[in-house]
Design a protein around this ligand. Structure first.
Ligand code: FCB
Length: 458
């Protein structure tokens, strides 16, 4: 048995998001996800977030559960339409909910890590993220929430996965609002980044000591044949709209020229105004990384179907049959995680002098029903084990990573998959009781020791 020790001060926790767990939808206005759930066929099991796992009413129990598992940090998101009303006034009950949640976390010794935007955009904002005014509204929301929670919440993430909130939502049609227009996706991406920049400026002015950042999702793409120019080029284009369109403005103050060129006529004229990039590039204190899988890509015939990769309609995913897959179909590729962290540190966060935090990583596993007895989710533990080994390897060779937040604390509403995919280390039974899985006990022990035990290689 060999042992991997994480550095002193390394922080551990779990992550969730408002729409996926809270429920109590009748106590707030609609978000675009409420509307999307009403579209026939949009959600695999026809479900919605009206009750979810009822965290709104059971938050105290959930905080106690986290405390019993020894969690250090809890990353949650705030539902914008719960705390602000369509007329712009604050909703006292909504604000009060997060006030109480944060109080409970602090009382339990758990550090609150707040994400301002995890996709549940108020439905009343005209045009959603295609409208520049939404970026301004976002900064206003950020500041008002900070006024209530800023004394206790010291880590603020502006956006969760702007790629999903733009390309997957406005070009691919898979997420709310379910549109399939590449020009809308480029506009949404820019306005999300602008909202990030405006919120950073507002929060920094209000609270210079706060830790501020954003979370991006990375799905590294590799060419099926690295010596094939067409494969290499389609991978470059996917990497452009999935990753570099976000990292480069934030860390370098510019959109990559190839990304803008590839967008062609789909890049809206006059989208980027003077001063926008300077705002977007304002220094941040941490980059959140969400990682689940990677993909092998080859160039094929251009498809006419809507795609979340509008610059790469010719991309074809090549199945790697030799790799395991989680229940959501994602290949298990921990080596790509290690390489990603090393690359991000080298190219972006290292030069910026800031750390990386893993803000999501986890596995969907087809767990048995909690009614049938204890859930021994060995596959999830194996996934986590392998990915944490990758994080440790990246740290060993110099990548600065200081936090790991597992997705997710609890089984929840997995967006277009509804409740069919389970990512939690805690299950939820029919009566919405919380039932920790074997992975919860495993993770708790890992947190206690900050040590990963590796079986001896045969
Ligand atoms: C990420 C989302 C998160 C969850 C996981 C599985 O893209 O941020 O809400 O759905 O995937």
């Amino acid at each position: 048995m060999s042992i991997l020790q994480f550095p002193p001060g390394f922080r551990w926790g779990t992550a969730t998001s408002s729409f996926q767990i809270e429920g109590a939808a009748e106590l707030r206005a609609d978000s675009i996800w409420d509307e999307f759930c009403r579209v026939p066929g949009a959600i695999a099991d026809g479900s919605d977030g009206r009750v979810a796992v009822d965290h709104y009413h059971r938050y105290a129990e959930d905080v106690a559960l986290m405390a019993s598992l020894g969690m250090d940090t809890y990353r949650f998101s705030v539902s914008w339409p719960r705390v602000l009303r369509p007329d712009g006034s604050a909703d006292p009950a909504g604000m009060g909910f997060y006030d109480a949640l944060v109080d409970a976390l602090c009382a339990a010794g758990i550090r609150p890590w707040l994400t301002l935007y995890h996709w549940d955009l108020p439905a009343w904002l005209p045009g959603g993220w295609t409208n520049r005014a939404t970026a301004e509204a976002f900064a206003d929301y950020a500041l008002r929430l900070h006024g209530v929670l800023g004394d206790r919440v010291r880590v603020w993430t502006t956006l969760n996965e702007p790629w999903c909130a733009s390309f997957l939502s406005y070009a691919g049609g898979h997420h709310a609002p379910g549109h399939t227009d590449p020009a809308e996706a480029y506009a949404a991406a820019h306005h999300l980044l602008l909202g990030h920049g405006l919120a950073i400026r507002a929060l920094r002015a209000a609270d210079p000591d706060a830790t501020l950042g954003l979370t991006l999702n990375f799905t590294p793409a590799y060419p099926a044949d690295p010596d094939d120019a067409a494969d290499a080029d389609v991978v470059r284009r996917i990497d452009g709209t999935a990753h570099r369109i976000f990292t480069d403005p934030v860390f370098r103050g510019e959109y990559p020229a190839d990304v803008v060129a590839d967008a062609g006529a789909a890049w809206p004229s006059e989208l980027v105004r003077e001063g926008d990039l300077a705002l977007i590039a304002a220094p941040i204190d941490v980059l959140g990384v969400n990682y689940y899988t990677s993909q092998l890509i080859r160039a094929g015939e251009p498809s006419a179907q809507p795609t979340p990769h509008p610059a790469a309609p010719d991309a074809v995913t090549v199945d790697r049959d030799w790799l395991g897959r989680t229940d959501i179909g994602w290949e298990v590729t921990p080596d790509a995680f290690r390489e990603l962290l090393i690359g991000l540190h080298r190219d972006y966060t290292g030069p910026a002098g800031i750390p990386l935090a893993i803000t999501e990583n986890g596995a969907a596993i087809d767990d048995p029903d909690p009614a049938s007895g204890p859930i021994e989710d060995r596959e999830r533990i194996d996934y986590l084990h392998r990915h944490l080994t990758a994080v440790h390897e990246a740290i060993e060779v110099g990548a600065r990573v200081d936090t790991y937040l597992l997705w997710s604390l609890i089984d929840n509403f997995e967006w277009a998959f509804g409740y069919t995919k389970r990512f939690g280390v805690v299950a939820v039974d029919e009566a919405l009781n919380r039932v920790p899985k074997a992975s919860a006990r495993w993770y708790s022990e890992l947190i206690r020791t900050s040590t990963l035990c590796l079986p001896e290689q045969a």
